[in-house]
Design a protein around this ligand. Structure first.
Ligand code: MF3
Ligand code: CO
Length: 305
């Protein structure tokens, strides 16, 4: 998602409403507070007191919500598998949109991009030098040597899932193949740092370092986001940030890891014509993979990939 002023503001650290020890926990578990999030909240308060950015309650998912989001993600994964079976030279990006719309409906789900802030289609299709938010079109025919990101976001029973993959059309150049591969590997590199009680910036910094080691640059202005109960939640997720910065990770947080990695420079621009399509300034290729992860008690769970 494109970074907005509201993401840049430093969240004012504010304590959440206090609850009695014998009252029901705020998380919806039905348990007494003292048997549920009481110690957890005390720990968060300590971090908050030190001036750390701690997650607000509204972005922490309880087990029932996590299960609902997993079910949404199952459909999200099916959609991208299905697209993989039907993509190739001669296919238009509009046909990809048609297939996403049909299969999403077949599963009883809704495509989140359609009409989202005016986005006109059900999926984003970003080819070669398009970084992200490419709009499917009947005029755009995929050809041998293209690389394309298909980004699907799914709503099922009110729960959101979001992931994207790269597809290589026929034989692509060694350069492009490597870009796609390194971008995929960067997710694994980042995942090692998704651990509770660690800051999210460690993950972003690791991805940035890995991309640079491989001779690439990382897009700054667009990043990942919390997801699950809404399409885009806090925190904003950067892949170019310094270590030991950003929001504290705690169990129940869920967000996307979706770095956009460029073969050339990091500079980008948004199309004046459609207001959506993001291009690399130098016209060099860009790749992106996106997964949705849950922070668990001892690490992470991949929810959608
Ligand atoms: N999946 C994209 C994201 O994570 C969706 C962008 S909004 C859209 O931000 F309208 F372009 F779909
Ligand atoms: Co996303």
């Amino acid at each position: 998602m494109v970074r907005k002023i509201s993401d840049i503001r430093q969240l004012k650290p504010e304590p959440e409403i206090k609850i009695g020890r014998n009252d029901e926990c705020w998380c919806g578990s039905g348990k007494k507070y003292k048997k549920c999030h009481c110690d957890f909240d005390a720990r968060l308060d300590e971090y908050r007191m030190k001036g750390m950015l701690v997650p607000p309650r509204r972005i922490l998912k309880n087990p029932a919500q996590i299960q609902g989001i997993r079910e949404s993600a199952k459909i999200n994964i099916e959609i991208l598998d299905y697209i993989g079976e039907h993509i190739g030279a001669g296919v238009t990006t509009q046909e990809i949109d048609d297939r996403v719309r049909e299969i999403t409906k077949k599963w009883g789900a809704t495509a989140a991009p359609l009409n989202y802030e005016g986005f006109p289609k059900s999926v984003c299709t970003s080819v070669n030098d398009v970084v992200c938010h490419g709009i499917p079109s009947a005029e755009q025919v995929l050809k041998e040597g293209d690389i394309i990101n298909v980004d699907a976001s799914t709503i099922y029973n009110g729960y959101f899932s979001d992931s994207s993959r790269m597809y290589c059309i026929g034989e692509v150049s060694a350069d492009k193949k490597r870009l796609v591969e390194i971008t995929k590997q960067s997710l694994e590199v980042g995942l090692k740092y998704v651990q509770p009680w660690r800051k999210i910036g460690d993950m972003g910094a690791a991805i940035h370092e890995f991309a640079m080691e491989n001779g690439y640059t990382v897009v700054r202005e667009i990043g990942g986001h919390g997801v699950g109960l809404e399409f885009h939640e806090d925190p904003w997720v950067s892949y170019v940030c310094p270590k030991d910065t950003g929001m504290l990770l705690v169990p129940g947080m869920m967000f996307t890891i979706e770095p956009m990695i460029n073969m050339g420079g990091e500079e980008i621009y948004i199309s004046d014509e459609d207001g959506w399509t993001v291009y690399t300034q130098d016209g060099m290729p860009s790749a992106q993979w996106e997964i949705q992860v849950l922070v668990t008690e001892d690490g992470y769970e991949i929810i959608s990939y």
